[in-house]
Design a protein around this ligand. Structure first.
Ligand code: PRT
Ligand code: ZN
Length: 283
């Protein structure tokens, strides 16, 4: 059987979460900081540890079959790869930002202005769509200091918390793209059974992350009200308790509206609510 290769970031913001995801998929491998390649002992897969900028091209050229990398890097390198799965981590936005005291107030004001960025391809496409001609200055790092040094009127850079912009006297001005880590594959690889198996494992881990397992007690007379608050669940398990008028309900709740749902359940009569993380959900 062919051994697949997956490229992940060697060190940096996506490394830890990529390793964690693969480990949660049940893949057994060593994660030595010094190694460039690590075999998986219980799946026909090798892990290549690379700089994130190289990952899209390695996948496009078939040197790696799969890769985990930020969408921003994929779009900047303009490669032909298949998006197999969005992974929900490494979230950030590529934004144009200007100094707090700038007189740039609208996108049209960027016309003829200098914008420093490490993302010239994405920015160029964005400005073209907006019919704006700016002077794109490609620099390799520390973009946020360039207006202060008089090198540009604006910047286009990734933002997550916004702290870097703030501490450099800049304010976000326009959203160019939002990004997260994605699992990509070379064009022909998606149909392979091994890749499908891996995608299913990844999806079961992601699904589990989005949901919590909840057990609660409720008096039988309040059961319909509690069940009405649990849409989306095919049929919660209802288990009798030693105390005759009471039952226990076992169910799953989406993480995103978790606290709202819990307080509604309490109001409907739920008591003794126990919440547990879920490892995997296999459909
Ligand atoms: O060494 P290698 O080339 O592999 O790594 P790298 O240094 O190029 O990338 P790295 O590790 O910094 O980021 C990897 C990926 O993480 C990026 O390609 C994005 O997809 C994603 N990501 C998520 C981010 C951020 N959030 C982020 N905040 N990448 C960079 N930043 C930087 C940003 O450039 C700016 O300097 O963080 C600063 C802003 O952060 P806040 O929180 O102050 O807004
Ligand atoms: Zn990089």
């Amino acid at each position: 059987m062919k051994t697949l290769k997956i490229a992940i970031q060697k060190s940096g913001r996506l490394n830890e979460k990529s390793v964690e995801l693969l480990k949660n998929c049940g893949l057994n491998f060593e994660n030595y900081k010094s190694s460039l390649i690590s075999p998986v002992s219980n799946f026909p897969l090798e892990i290549l540890f690379l700089r994130d900028d190289d990952i899209p091209e390695y996948v496009q050229d078939g040197i790696a079959d799969l890769g985990i990398v930020g969408e921003n890097v994929i779009q900047e390198t303009e490669v032909e790869v298949s998006y197999l799965q969005r992974l929900g981590f490494g979230k950030c936005s590529l934004k144009i930002a200007v100094p707090n005291n700038s007189d740039i107030n609208s996108l049209a004001d960027l016309h003829g202005k200098a914008i420093a960025t490490t993302y010239p391809a994405i920015l160029g496409k964005f400005l073209k769509e907006q019919n704006i001609t700016s002077d794109i200055r490609t620099i390799s790092g520390s973009v946020e200091i360039s207006p202060g040094l008089g090198l540009s009127d604006a910047i286009c850079d990734l933002v997550s918390t916004g702290g870097t912009l703030k501490s450099n006297g800049l304010k976000p001005f326009a959203d160019v793209m939002s990004s997260e880590a994605v699992l990509i594959g070379s064009k022909s690889i998606a149909e392979s059974d091994l890749v499908q198996e891996l995608i299913q494992r990844v999806q079961s881990v992601l699904r589990a992350k989005e949901t919590k397992y909840v057990v609660l007690n409720v008096e039988k007379q309040n059961l319909p009200a509690v069940i009405a608050l649990l849409p989306g669940v095919k049929s919660p398990s209802v288990v009798p308790l030693a105390e005759e008028d009471w039952v226990a309900v076992h169910t799953v709740i989406p993480e995103r509206d978790f606290w709202d749902r819990i307080s509604q359940l309490k109001q409907a009569g739920a008591q003794g609510i126990v919440v547990m993380p879920i490892e995997k959900i296999i459909l």
